[in-house]
Ligand binder design. Sequence first.
Ligand code: DQA
Length: 144
Amino acid sequence: MKRVAIINGPNLNLLGKREPEIYGGESFEDYFKSLKQVFSAVEISYDQHNVEGELVNLIQARGFDSDYIILNAAAYTHTSVAIADAVAAVPAEVIGVHISNIYQREVERHVDLLAGYCKACLFGFGLEGYRLALQFVMSEIDSN
Ligand code: DQA
């Protein structure tokens, strides 16, 4: 069975409570349960961390034992060369996800240091971006 790792960065542990007008009213834990049911043909793990170096550790660990990573590095997307290097270093295909449309927001969010190392990126679809990323993974698996 193919393995898919979802990794979320800082403040995404607050989904459901944090700025619901931007990020919606559902916790990621609840959403993750429904994702696991719908995509039962793959093994999906979920990790979240607020600390940059811990995200590097997670990407390194999951990037060698999973086939795909769905990564929302949150604010570190815009600042972290270390996370960009980790994405570039691992053999797993990385799909970047942002819940909001970062290009409609403050100018500092328009910089994405990770996108150039990702297989594909999604932004602005709300939490559904994770489901769309998994659908893309399923089609990639089917076509290989
Ligand atoms: C985010 C967008 C980032 O700019 C922000 O810092 C986040 C969430 C998103 O999913 O829309 O924390 O990655």
